[in-house]
Design a protein around this ligand. Structure first.
Ligand code: UDP
Length: 239
């Protein structure tokens, strides 16, 4: 019998950090290749895949603002950075013959479609991958909040929050503390009350208010995206 995804329509959130690999900056094409290959696999299984890309591998508004730059301008630069990541991912997905559309919350007709909710849903129904770039289009927000917002809008069944360095949520940084406790399951309030560093409170509240579950998992093991959509237990489940 053919395998069928348990989670039909998903929002995969790829942080900029996950795209940067070990160098910690820019785009590691090997990582984009591995992600694209994994996405092809789940699209072929019939999953409707949308992706929200971060931009922290290129630019973070809050960091520049701490160094004296106007926050709104710095954030707009961050949103533009997400478009660069989106185009890199689209290019690789197309090499794997996955039909892909980039939509952006900040209009730039020459490079991407504007974000149009109904059009995004139509693309997904036709089996195309939709990459949401440009964040929410507003400064002072994050791409985690974008993932929550888009998931609510397109009625996704889950947000797959892919991390570059960790494979789940821990009570402290497992890379620095070998005794860090790993969580299999958390609820939204744990995320809001503790500073576990999973996502910002705006994003977590939006997920809670709209009952959107989140699976936090590591990208370093190939096959994890498929495991997540097949309903296998990986990483940390938040609901
Ligand atoms: N950003 C923004 N509004 C949004 C989404 C993102 O202003 O709706 C800016 C913000 O400056 C942020 C940057 O874009 O630092 C990159 O996004 P984020 O930090 O969420 O990326 P990630 O941490 O996932 O790489």
């Amino acid at each position: 019998m053919t395998e069928r995804p348990k989670l039909k329509r998903v929002v995969l959130k790829l942080s900029g950090e996950a795209l940067a690999g070990d160098v910690g900056y820019g785009i590691d094409t090997n990582i984009i290749d591995s992600i694209s290959h994994q996405i092809k696999e789940i699209v072929d299984l019939g999953a409707q895949v949308s992706i929200v890309v971060g931009g922290g591998n290129i630019w973070r508004g809050a960091v520049a603002s701490n160094q004296g730059m106007d926050r709104a301008s710095a954030d707009y630069m961050g949103m533009l950075a997400t478009v660069m990541n989106a185009l890199a991912l689209q290019d690789m997905l197309e090499k794997y013959e996955v039909d892909t559309r980039v939509q952006t919350a900040i209009e730039m007709q020459q490079v991407a479609e504007p974000y149009i909710r109904r059009r995004a849903i139509r693309h997904l129904e036709k089996g195309r991958v939709v990459i949401f770039s440009g964040g929410t289009g507003n400064p002072f927000f994050s791409t985690d909040t974008t993932a929550a917002l888009r998931a609510a809008e397109i009625e996704a069944s889950v947000i797959l929050l892919a991390k570059g360095k960790v494979d789940a949520v821990y009570d402290s940084d497992p890379l620095k503390n070998e005794n860090a406790t790993r969580y299999d399951h958390l609820n939204y309030l744990d995320i809001l009350n503790n500073s576990l560093g999973v996502m910002d409170s705006t994003a977590a509240s939006l997920c809670m208010d709209n009952s959107i579950p989140i699976i936090v998992f590591g990208l370093s093991q190939e096959g994890n995206i498929k495991k997540a959509i097949m309903g296998e237990k990986i990483g940390t489940y938040i609901d």
